[in-house]
Write a protein that binds this ligand. Structure first.
Ligand SMILES: [Zn+2]
Length: 85
């Protein structure tokens, strides 16, 4: 029992957010829950909500998204250079 309580306490913020975002998706979130969801930033690549624990200035939710974004940037830079080829 005590163990479960500690787990709940440790993960309360993440759990609250998960519940709030689920309710927001279904359109039944309260104002407090919507504010909680709005306060979370989204990944610049896939648009998923940033997992808690990411750095405040992180742009992407995971390494795969960061890699995908940098590949896309490189590809865009390359196709710009192709014009005079
Ligand atoms: Zn992402």
């Amino acid at each position: 029992m005590a163990k479960a309580y500690r787990w709940r306490k440790k993960h309360a913020a993440a759990l609250d957010f998960a519940i709030a975002s689920g309710r927001a998706l279904r359109g039944i979130a309260s104002a407090e829950e919507l504010a909680l969801v709005a306060a979370h930033r989204r990944c610049a690549q896939c648009g998923m909500l940033m997992p808690s624990g990411r750095r405040a200035d992180a742009l992407y939710c995971r390494r795969a998204c960061k890699a995908k974004a940098s590949r896309a940037r490189r590809k865009a830079a390359q196709s710009e250079g192709d014009h005079d080829a």
